[in-house]
Ligand binder design. Structure first.
Ligand SMILES: [Mg+2]
Length: 344
């Protein structure tokens, strides 16, 4: 089995701002694993708050090659060894995990969702994210996002209430809010009361990442459902925060890939929690991988590829916010140029 590791600079259609900062491009690391004429592809997306830089992920991937067992079907053993030796590299482990799942399901001749015992099912809706911006820019973005029936609005600035009132004035779409850990408890209580009046569906990560007690108090206040993202990286974090949320946001980049994501889903269900599948800013490689698990989720927030202008692949198709899984073997990715030739 042979690794090919390449940087992929993703140019954003518009600058994107959250409570974590503002960016105009992101660099992912793309991993291709070649085995016996078949190829699997995975992506290590960048994530600043988890210190997953492209340099950090590339260096780890180069070392990980030696840990991959010769039989791709023994991917569980390979991934266990990577977890043990590279605990601080979830993004790089995710690239290997996704590439091996792509490879194995291609060898089996089935789409990845079938490997997990799932069906393509009916098209599932993803939310579309509106980043933090001036009121005028937010209004423009809401207008552009007219085809999506669910908006996820990033808050966590001084203008939070002006932004959300403006969005509500402009649209009847379902609104979800993500505060990205920016509020203190008192601020969260007062803001969530307004959000509830405006018909917001739920709020994601209102308080700081480690605030177990604050989130438990906030959940007991029962103002709005709470989904935790930054607080919950892997299945091991779920018992700690289960009393402080109604659901969790699972991202392949932070948990280390599809295998840990399915463990997180089982753990969340054991605590009676809802499951959201989320993403970083990443290409159709990472988004399509997560979308293959969509049959196991309650909410999808898989729009990272829609925010970029130069996605090199076509995989899951998002038409008017409805996600359609490819029926080709593996992830079902095709080169964006080829897709263009086919009129796809
Ligand atoms: Mg979030």
């Amino acid at each position: 089995m042979k690794f090919r590791i390449e940087d992929l600079k993703l140019i954003l259609r518009r600058p994107f701002e959250t409570a974590h900062g503002r960016v105009t491009s992101r660099t992912s690391v793309v991993l291709s694993i070649e085995d016996d004429g078949a190829e699997g592809t995975g992506e290590a997306a960048a994530c600043d708050y988890l210190k997953q830089t492209p340099e950090f992920s590339s260096a780890a991937l180069a070392e990980m090659e030696a840990f991959v067992l010769p039989d791709a079907l023994e991917l569980d053993e390979t991934l266990k060894a990577l977890e043990e030796h590279f605990p601080d590299n979830p993004a790089a482990r995710c690239a290997v995990d996704v590439a091996l799942h792509d490879l194995v399901s291609k060898k089996l001749g089935i789409p990845l969702y079938r490997y997990f015992g799932l069906s393509a099912g009916e098209a599932r809706k993803t939310s579309f994210t509106i980043g933090i911006d001036s009121l005028e820019k937010v209004a423009e973005k809401v207008e552009e996002a007219g085809e999506y029936s669910i908006l996820k609005v990033k808050l966590g600035s001084r203008d939070d209430m002006d932004i959300i009132r403006r969005v509500r004035d402009l649209t009847e779409q379902t609104i979800r809010v993500d505060a990205n850990a920016a509020w203190c408890y008192e601020e969260a209580v007062s803001k969530m009361k307004v959000l509830a009046e405006l018909g917001v569906e739920f709020v994601e990560q209102p308080l700081g990442r480690g605030d177990i007690e604050g989130h438990a108090r906030l959940k007991a206040d029962a103002i709005l459902p709470i989904i935790l993202d930054e607080s919950v990286q892997t299945s091991r974090d779920i018992p700690l925060f289960a009393a402080g949320c109604d659901g969790i946001n699972i991202k392949l980049t932070k948990c280390g890939g599809l295998r840990e994501a399915t463990r997180m889903i089982s753990t969340a269900r054991a605590f009676g929690l809802k499951v959201m599948l989320g993403c970083m800013i990443e290409s159709s490689i990472g988004i399509t991988a997560a979308a293959h698990l969509s049959g196991l989720a309650d909410y999808l927030d898989l729009d990272g590829n829609l925010l970029i202008a130069n996605d090199p692949f076509h995989g899951v198709i998002s038409a008017y916010g409805e996600m359609l899984l490819p029926s080709r073997p593996g992830l079902g990715l095709i080169d964006a140029y080829e897709a263009h030739d086919f009129g796809g």
